[in-house]
Write a protein that binds this ligand. Structure first.
Ligand code: SAH
Length: 447
């Protein structure tokens, strides 16, 4: 897939708040795009001799211990403490590799408010974002909350950000608090805390388990696709795991190999009824979804997962992006964003029935249900100049066109069972349920 257009209109930001920031989807490509070699190496680009530090580290490791799983390779490339793509560069290539569409974040803010109201306006809630990137989504959501102050005035709202990258957490702090934060606050499980420009307390954690229990709304926007996956290939001799090794032909180059026999992962992660020949599994995503489901079951709330993904149908989706262009996943580790489509069927399975699930629903349907068409009409009527109107239409096309983000970006939700099934209804199916529909999701599907 070619590079993304560099400028996009702020469709809904314009509707709800001051416009001005321009962002792009973090990556956008057909799921099974083939990856090509050839992007200039970091060492080349920086004019250094020998392989860059992370590749050197991986080469040493591979020489010492043999091939590693794709999951281990991906973890090193993205979150190695000194040299990972997120940890060192803060996920920023020359022109920013992951920048999420702001049009959606305003609607997400509205989704939480709508769920909060549907659940009887609890007196307090935590908004917990996993992998907040630069913090702009939370910033937009806080703007929506600010605009709805009269509605939320009696509600005790706090923000909790789960972020492993020190570099990104600094950027988030700058965006959300103007940089006024306290590190390692005593008597808190958070590693940093501050107060938003709008007066809401914000806390940072490395792990979801550190977030205090309580009624919470969770958000994972392009988070799960950044977690390490295992890859498996069906062979005549049975399932084999795809591993990363040194290419014996070309110095300092990595290549994929198949494990000579089955590995613990092939035994544990491949279902006997699997029909695909190539499968990707993200156990870390499974563990996190399990934790979210337990928390929602116990303390209440909801989770919204927005990501590129499929429902257990796709095969080879592992890919790299650098400066909005496809990038060979094995080339220059640490300099590119590596991602794999989220398998929503796996996430659904990992809730173990503790919560109900809705979706995945395609972005175009979710946004239609959230009223994007009406918003566009109002914005077009209110904008006088042709350039703004063109930008609005362009932005709408990027979000809704099935060939762009409309079909491949999905929304998926976890909700307490009682949010979807009236307690009376279980016993008296004929009784009329007064439960409001869940915004964004048309038909209600129970897990
Ligand atoms: N949600 C943002 C950014 C997505 S990029 C957006 O949609 O634009 C992925 C984010 O997840 C980054 O903030 C990255 O540092 C963070 N991340 C990656 N692996 C993580 C992990 N294991 N735990 C917590 N955060 C992680």
């Amino acid at each position: 897939m070619a590079a993304l257009p560099a400028r996009r209109a702020l469709l809904l930001a314009a509707a709800l708040g001051p416009a001005g920031r321009r962002r792009l989807p973090r990556h956008h490509a057909p799921a099974a795009a083939r990856l090509s070699s050839g992007a200039g190496g970091e060492a080349e680009a920086e004019g250094r001799a020998g392989p860059p530090a992370l590749l050197r580290h991986l080469l040493l490791k591979l020489r010492a211990t043999g091939p590693v799983t794709v999951a281990e390779y991906m973890r090193e490339a993205l979150t190695n403490p000194g040299q990972g793509y997120y940890t060192r560069r803060g996920g920023i290539g020359d022109s920013g590799d992951f920048i999420t569409s702001p049009e959606i974040s305003q609607l997400i803010g509205i989704w939480y408010i709508s769920e909060w109201m549907a659940m009887g306006k609890p007196k307090a809630f935590q908004l917990v974002e996993l992998g907040p990137g630069r913090g702009s989504l939370t910033d937009d959501i806080l703007r929506v909350f600010k605009q709805l102050t009269s509605l939320l005035s009696k509600c005790d709202v706090s923000i909790h950000l789960v972020e492993v990258s020190p570099k990104l957490s600094k950027m988030q702090a700058l965006m959300l608090t103007g940089g006024k934060v306290q590190s390692n606050p005593q008597e808190e499980s958070a590693y940093m805390k501050g107060v938003s420009k709008t007066g809401i307390p914000i806390f940072w954690y490395r792990d979801i388990q550190d977030v205090p229990p309580g009624y919470s709304f969770y958000l994972a926007h392009e988070f799960f696709d950044a977690l390490p996956i295992h890859k498996f290939q069906r062979t005549e001799k049975g399932w084999r795991e795809v591993l990363v090794d040194i290419d014996p032909e070309i110095p300092d180059q990595l290549r994929f190999v198949l494990s000579p026999s089955s590995t613990p992962a092939t035994e544990n992660f491949i279902q006997p009824e699997e029909t695909r020949d190539h499968v990707e599994v993200c156990p870390e995503a499974g563990v996190i979804i399990q934790r979210l489901a337990c928390r929602i079951e116990k303390d209440g709330g909801a989770a919204l997962v927005a990501d590129y993904g499929h429902d257990g149908t796709k095969t080879d989706t592992f890919r790299g992006f650098r400066n909005h262009k496809l990038h060979d996943v094995l080339k220059d580790p640490g300099t590119a964003d590596l991602t794999a489509d989220v398998d929503f069927s796996y996430l659904r399975k990992m809730t173990q029935g503790r919560t109900a699930t809705l979706g995945p629903i395609k972005q175009q349907e979710f946004l239609k249900n959230m009223g994007i068409d009406l918003r566009l009409q109002v914005l077009l009527q209110n904008s006088r100049d042709t350039a703004t109107r063109e930008q609005l239409l362009h932005s709408y096309d990027m979000l809704m066109n099935p060939k762009k983000m409309g079909d491949c970006f999905n929304f998926f939700a976890l909700l307490p069972h009682h949010r979807l099934v009236h307690p009376d209804k279980k016993h008296k199916p004929e009784s009329k349920s007064s439960l409001p529909p869940v915004a964004g999701f048309g038909e209600l599907l129970l897990a």
